[in-house]
Write a protein that binds this ligand. Structure first.
Ligand code: FES
Length: 149
């Protein structure tokens, strides 16, 4: 009954898998959403590019430098939103934000791998790591909506 491993072992494996084998890594050409974001506390960064067409995230890629939590979260985020509508993607971002702050969250949506980050809510210093990619997503989609495509 050791509590040396604050994050559940299985969740750790999911996180490390996304860190080592990131999904959707790279930069998309000719996109209509292009966002750079830093975590001001450590200087780590993400560059998110998306192609939004007919109200859907037709394609998405990210690149950046950061800790395992930030980069795995970015990988999970891109995996989760690809092919989703803008509304669904924003809803996921809200659910993620609640989950990562340790609040009650809407569990009617299947979060898949994203749930592996749930334990981060117990480590306030790491919450900004986990939310970096999602903040970039929200910023990108809001900019896109306001620019009217
Ligand atoms: Fe910089 Fe996690 S330590 S994003």
């Amino acid at each position: 009954m050791s509590s040396n491993h604050p994050l559940d072992q299985l969740y750790r494996q999911v996180i490390m898998d996304h860190y080592k084998n990131p999904r959707n890594r790279g930069v998309l050409e000719g996109t209509n959403v292009d966002v750079n974001m830093n975590n001001p506390t450590c200087g780590d960064r993400i560059h998110l590019t998306m192609k939004v067409e007919d109200g859907k995230v037709a394609d998405v890629k990210f690149e950046g430098e950061g800790c395992s939590i930030s980069m795995s979260s970015a990988s999970m985020m891109t995996q989760a939103i690809k092919g989703k509508t803008v509304e669904e993607a924003l809803r996921l971002a809200h659910i993620f934000s609640d989950m990562i702050q340790g609040k009650e969250y809407d569990d009617s949506v299947d979060l898949g791998d994203i749930e592996a980050l749930q334990g981060v809510s117990k480590f306030p210093a790491r919450i900004k790591c986990a939310t970096l990619a999602w903040k970039a997503l929200e910023k990108g989609l809001h900019n896109h909506e306001h620019e009217g495509r």
